[in-house]
Write a protein that binds this ligand. Structure first.
Ligand SMILES: *Cc1c(COP(=O)(O)O)cnc(C)c1O
Length: 378
C-alpha cells in the first residue's frame, strides 16, 4: 500500500513505539489480574490528565461508540434531551438520543461561531427541563471549538447532566473536567492521542452513574452500557474480553503525550501558523471564530472540485488531507494538525503541496504559505 503523509483530521499518524507496543506478547486479559491493574493505571492517568476524580473507562470500539454509549446509558423513553448544535457532530447527537427513545430538543445556532454562553443562559431561563444535554468540544467538520467548560458549568447550574464529545479536541486543547463539572466526557484513540483506531474512553461522574442506576427501564444496549464497566475494578471483571493489543498501543500513546512538556503549546503554535498562512494566501476559513487548534477547515475556492484537489494532493504529492461530509461535503477541505500530525516538517510538506495543487488548478495565492508558516513558527 502506498504510504502517505497523513494529515487528515483523524485518524492521525501513529508513532513507531505505539505500533511496536501493539506487538508485545499478550496475556489473557480475563484471567491475568495484572492486565486489570494495567488498565486501571491507564484510566487513572486519564482522570489526572483531565483534572478530575471521575473514573475513566476505555471501551473497545472507536469514538462513535463512546457517544452512543453515553446516550444509550442515560436515555429512557420520553426523556427530554437538549442537543446543542453548531456543527455536524453537534446535530448528530439527536440521532443517538432518538434511537434510544428520547426526545431531542435541538438548540441550533450559527455554525460559524462558537456557542454563546450568554445566549444559552437566556434560553435556559425559559426552558431547562432536560435530563441531560449534549455538546461537542471540537466539531471536526468545521474545526469549531466550543467553550465546554463554561457551557457545562452553566447547564449544571440548571441541574442538567452534560455529555461532551471531545473526540477531536482532547489532547490537543486543554480541558478541565471538574471545572466544567462535565458528567460524561467522550474521547477517542485515533485523533490527537495518535493511537490507532479502535478505542473510545469515557470519563463518568457519580451523578451520571446515579442517573443510570435510577432508570426505570433497562439500558437498551450491551456494548453501550456504561454501568457494566462501573465496578470492573472491584470485581476484576470486564463485560467482554478486552482488546489487549489495542490497549497496549493506547498506553504507549498516552505515555508519549505525558512525556511531552507542553502538548497544548505545540498544537497552538502550529495551528496559529497554519491559520496565518491560509489567510495570508487569500484562502478563507469556514468558521469566523472559535478555531480549534487541532484542525483547520478551508473553504474550497469557487470552481475547484474538492475531489480533484484531494486526489492531486495524494497522487502527485503523497499528502493526504481530509475532505468533508454532510452539509459541508464539497465545500471545505481540512488539514488535521492534531497529535503526531502537528509537526513542522509535515506541515511544510502539506502547505507546499496544497499551494502547488491550487495553483495548478488555476487559483493563484497571495503568498507562499510554507514561508509564512515558517516565519510564524520562529
Ligand atoms: C472523529 C470524531 C468522532 C468519532 O467518529 P469516527 O467515526 O471515528 O470518525 C466523534 N466525534 C467527533 C467530533 C470526531 O471528530
Amino acid at each position: 500500500m502506498k504510504k502517505f503523509v497523513l494529515m487528515t483530521a483523524g485518524p492521525t499518524q501513529v508513532r513507531e513505539n505505539v505500533r511496536l507496543a501493539r506487538s508485545i506478547v499478550t496475556t489473557n486479559p480475563d484471567e491475568d489480574i495484572s492486565f486489570c491493574e494495567y488498565y486501571k493505571e491507564l484510566c487513572d492517568k486519564l482522570s489526572h490528565f483531565f483534572h478530575t476524580k471521575n473514573p475513566f473507562y476505555i471501551l473497545s470500539g472507536e469514538g462513535i461508540l463512546g457517544l452512543e454509549a453515553a446516550c444509550a446509558s442515560l436515555t429512557e423513553k420520553g426523556d427530554r434531551v437538549l442537543v446543542l448544535d453548531n456543527g455536524i457532530f453537534g446535530k448528530g447527537f439527536a440521532d443517538f438520543v432518538t434511537l434510544y427513545g428520547g426526545e431531542a430538543v435541538l438548540y441550533t445556532v450559527d455554525d460559524k461561531m462558537p456557542i454563546s454562553v450568554e445566549d444559552l443562559e437566556a434560553y435556559l431561563k425559559k426552558d431547562s427541563n432536560f435530563k441531560y444535554a449534549t455538546v461537542v468540544h471540537c466539531d471536526t467538520p468545521s474545526g469549531m471549538l466550543n467553550d465546554v467548560e463554561r457551557i457545562c458549568a452553566l447547564l449544571k447550574k440548571h441541574h442538567i447532566l452534560t455529555v461532551v464529545d471531545s473526540v477531536s479536541a482532547s489532547f490537543g486543547v486543554p480541558l478541565d473536567v471538574d471545572k466544567g463539572r462535565i458528567d460524561i466526557l467522550c474521547g477517542g484513540s485515533q485523533k490527537a492521542l495518535s493511537a490507532p483506531i479502535g478505542l473510545t474512553f469515557l470519563g463518568v461522574s457519580d451523578a451520571a452513574i446515579k442517573a443510570m442506576k435510577q432508570r426505570k427501564t433497562k439500558i437498551a444496549s450491551f456494548y453501550g452500557n456504561i454501568l457494566s464497566y462501573a465496578d470492573y475494578y472491584e470485581k476484576k471483571w470486564f463485560p467482554y474480553t478486552m482488546p489487549i493489543s489495542d490497549v497496549y498501543g493506547f498506553g504507549q500513546a498516552l505515555e508519549n503525550v505525558l512525556e511531552e512538556k507542553d502538548i497544548f503549546a505545540r498544537h497552538e503554535k502550529i495551528a496559529k501558523a497554519t491559520r496565518k498562512a491560509v489567510e495570508s494566501a487569500g484562502l478563507e476559513q469556514y468558521i469566523h471564530s472559535g478555531y480549534s487548534n487541532t484542525v483547520t477547515a478551508i473553504v474550497v475556492p469557487e470552481g475547484i472540485s474538492d475531489k480533484a484537489l484531494l486526489k492531486k494532493m495524494r497522487e502527485e504529492y503523497g499528502v493526504m488531507i481530509s475532505g468533508c461530509f454532510d452539509v459541508l461535503a464539497g465545500k471545505v477541505v481540512r488539514i488535521g494538525h492534531m497529535g503526531e500530525n502537528a509537526n513542522v516538517p509535515d506541515m511544510l510538506t502539506t502547505l507546499h503541496a496544497f499551494q502547488n495543487v491550487l495553483e495548478e488548478m488555476g487559483f493563484s495565492l497571495k503568498c507562499d504559505m510554507a514561508n509564512v508558516f515558517l516565519k510564524e513558527m520562529e
